[in-house]
Design a protein around this ligand. Structure first.
Ligand code: NAD
Length: 484
């Protein structure tokens, strides 16, 4: 049985070198690729570039490990998961620092909460169970519904919350008896490689492997005959590739994809009190949040005062390197995203839309810094309203009529989350119930929990993570019919 004291990782490993984790071993690669610190735009470390053969080895070891892992009891797997959480906890400070270095988010308000939440999540999920259900029990017949593990799960993760979004997959997949291979984003592989290294001293060989490398490993995973399910978090465009590629082997899929969440602030809302939550809902993680508020709809009756107060709150924030304690907004994570977010600024300016804060990138500054930018009442059909900006720009859009704003909020191929704000809670809930989304918050923002399903409607997702519903998706519903 595992114990936290068994883990072999010393603190200085966080400085590198980095290894793949395959079949319980740390594995070197012939080639490496550069990982950048987004706050300085300099190379932070070289990450191992796993090959197609190494991915095959990881999948083969996961397949082998599945035989013994899947027959353990829930209690036994819980013990392993808790030991993993304990081992991560020992390295919580180093993991958080590394997360800031590779992702850019502020250490105290971004990275440490992400690592802490991940550890807590593992412990809480470890305590959950999926019991056998008796569907029918008569004198002559019993029908049972079991939820059996699927096999090897492939996890494909993005760069915005690299630790949390990976461990959201690890905990339920392993608890329910699956084994897993993770392919982290090439932009943020380091924290995943490190927690993978820690995992090797806790789990039996092959239960959890990490293979970093280029995007080409993704299609290899989605087509792999020995991977039973792909749990993917990333953009909708990539998710469509995953669906196509997974068809060949009829893989199970959970897809958490893009969003264009609307926040609707109703005429009776206590909007002054809501400003900090609305601000961080949009600008938290530098706007690189799948459920970030990407459209802020404000009733005309208080629009002007709202914009002034929102901008005043935004001016209190400090943009900079997430390791600096006073910094509250970090850089955009990578050069590709930095360039993409700038196309929104260019479009806003080219179309003469009104920028009331930010808008200009300081070209003399190293790092991928986009200032918090507020756009006042751009037209509904503008790029910043219609597309997912995934950066620190927020459009504040005026509306007059609640039916009309619900229609505008729903007029999107996305349907991830959203929020509604109003003093009359019942009326706000009635509006929330009309939004075509997977999640909607009323008078609060982004509350989450291990028993709360998290997922998207329309092109924002397939299936959910979290919640009993999310855990069930790591299992095969197997009906056992017994004649007495
Ligand atoms: P991305 O789609 O570019 O990459 C996601 C992952 O897919 C990476 O690991 C990448 O290497 C891999 N990949 C790339 N091509 C692939 C292919 N053909 N087949 C399989 N895998 C492939 O996304 P990103 O830029 O890393 O992340 C940002 C996007 O993720 C945003 O759209 C955001 O809304 C979304 N996101 C969604 C959620 C959610 O829970 N719904 C959470 C976080 C991020």
């Amino acid at each position: 049985m595992p114990t936290a004291s068994r883990h072999l990782v010393s603190n200085n490993i966080f400085d590198g070198p980095y290894y793949l984790s395959i079949a319980g071993k740390l594995v070197e690669t012939k080639d490496t690729f550069e990982v950048f610190n987004p706050a300085t735009a300099t190379v932070l470390a070289n990450a191992p570039a796993g090959t197609a053969e190494q991915l095959d080895e990881a999948v083969a070891s996961a397949k082998k490990a599945f035989k013994s892992w899947s027959v353990l009891t829930y209690d036994q797997r819980q013990t392993y998961l808790n030991a993993f959480a304990d081992a991560l906890e020992v390295h919580r400070d180093e993991l958080s620092r590394l997360l800031t270095l590779e992702q850019g988010k502020p250490l105290k308000t971004g990275a440490e909460p992400e690592v802490d939440q991940s550890i807590s999540w593992i412990r809480q999920i470890a305590a959950r169970r999926i019991p056998v259900e008796i569907i029918e029990d008569t004198d002559s017949h019993t029908v049972e519904l079991h939820h059996t593990p699927l096999g090897v799960v492939g996890a494909i993760t993005p760069w915005n919350f690299p630790v949390l979004l990976a461990l959201w997959k690890v905990a339920p997949a392993l608890l329910t008896g699956n084994t897993m291979v993770i392919k982290p984003s090439p932009f943020t592989p380091l924290t995943t490689l490190r927690f993978g290294q820690i995992a090797q001293s806790v789990f039996p060989a092959g239960v959890l492997s990490i293979v970093s490398g280029g995007n080409e490993l993704g299609p290899q995973m989605t087509a792999h005959p020995d991977i039973a399910k792909i749990s993917f978090t990333g953009s909708t465009e990539t998710g469509k590739h995953v669906i196509r590629s997974a068809a060949g082997t009829v893989k199970r899929l959970t897809l958490e994809m893009g969003g264009n969440d609307a926040a609707i602030v109703l005429p009776d809302a206590d909007w002054q009190a809501a400003i900090p939550q609305l601000f961080w809902g949009a600008i938290g993680n530098s706007g690189q949040w799948c459920v970030g508020t990407k459209r802020l709809y404000i009733h005309r009756s208080f629009h002007r005062e709202f914009v002034d107060a929102f901008v005043a709150y935004a001016r209190e924030q400090k943009l900079g390197d997430g390791l600096e304690p006073s910094v509250t907004v970090g850089p955009v994570q990578n050069k590709m995203q930095f360039d993409k977010v700038r196309t929104f600024l260019d479009d806003i300016k080219a179309n003469g839309q009104k920028i009331v804060l930010g808008g200009d990138v300081d070209e003399s500054r190293a790092g991928y810094f986009i200032p918090v930018t507020v756009v006042d009442n751009p037209p509904e059909n503008s790029k910043i309203v219609q597309e997912e900006q995934f950066g620190p720009i927020v459009p504040i859009i005026v509306y007059d009529d609640v039916d009309d704003v619900v229609e505008r909020a729903n007029d999107s191929p996305f349907g991830l989350g959203g929020s509604v704000w109003g003093r009359d809670t019942q009326a706000a809930v009635a509006v929330a119930n009309r939004l075509e989304t997977g999640m909607v918050w009323v008078n609060e923002m982004h509350t989450q929990g291990v028993d709360i399903p998290f997922g998207g409607h329309k092109q924002s997702g397939v299936g959910t993570e979290g919640g009993h519903e999310g855990r069930l998706l790591f299992t095969n519903p197997k009906t056992v019919l017994i004649k007495k």
